[in-house]
Design a protein around this ligand. Sequence first.
Ligand code: DGY
Length: 327
Amino acid sequence: MNPHVVVYKKLPNELLAALRARFRVTYFEAIDETNRAAFLEAMRDADGLLGASVRLDKATLAPATRLKIVSTISVGYDTFDVDDLTERGILLAHTPGVLTETTADTIFALILATARRVVELAEFIKAGRWRHSLDESLYGVDVHSKTLGFLGMGRIGQAVARRARLGFNMTILYHNLQPVPEVETAFGARFLPLDEVLRAADFICVVLPLSPETEKLVGAREFALMRPQAIFINGSRGRIVDEAALIEALQQRKIHGAGLDVFEREPLPADSPLLAMPNVVALPHIGSATHETRLAMARLAVDNLIAGLDGERPRHLANGSVWSNRR
Ligand code: DGY
């Protein structure tokens, strides 16, 4: 019998057809309270899973005893227990690369929108409040020629650094597990201890993956080190930041503003104090959300899944040791 694949995210018809031509497919466009039980039941005899944005922890995946591969349509894989999948010999494939430039665009949009008060002032004009020339209470702050400090320096960080250096003449500082010589050569970036980056930067940009090591990495202590004019940007994962400490830092004007695409809890509750702050630009996790990029991610995730079920190495594995141990 053909392998059984459970899809838990809306897929373009052409990709769904490609899967249906090879596998027995159970398809859910999204998972919510109305179909969660059916999804869990379908998973019990699944050989492969394909989807995104659903937490599939150890307990949830335990009944899926036939599982050989999970292919997530995302670069991040913090919704899975990687150690558990690895112990069980289940491949975990993801989609790095194809979303790098789009996500860097989103992060740069947050930098500009927060510094230049784009959202606030667009609302101002739409509300019919532009009656005189602007006074300084509505001025923003410059982005060009300022200092941009990164926490992390992977693919997405490097793509943001390129925009910042070549397009905006910014000085680049970064803290990372290891120095990244390419970014130093190409963009003059300086590798510094975390606290020095926090103290020196005008913009602090989080581009780290979420892991037990990075969870709540930025909290009250770190916000206290930032300059009062600092703008904090997070386009990676909300749980890297202690959101209560961020809210307090903004309320007490310890920092100037924040541009956020990600939150501790998503969707962000409508009563979050962040949504009432004019100096916060909040986006609904749109990092990679363009038609072109989401299609490229879905294609890559489907290719990864097909390779895994055909006994070939998927292009991008989060737990490559599962593959090496099979050889
Ligand atoms: C990713 O690919 O990890 C994006 O954040 C979408 O979840």
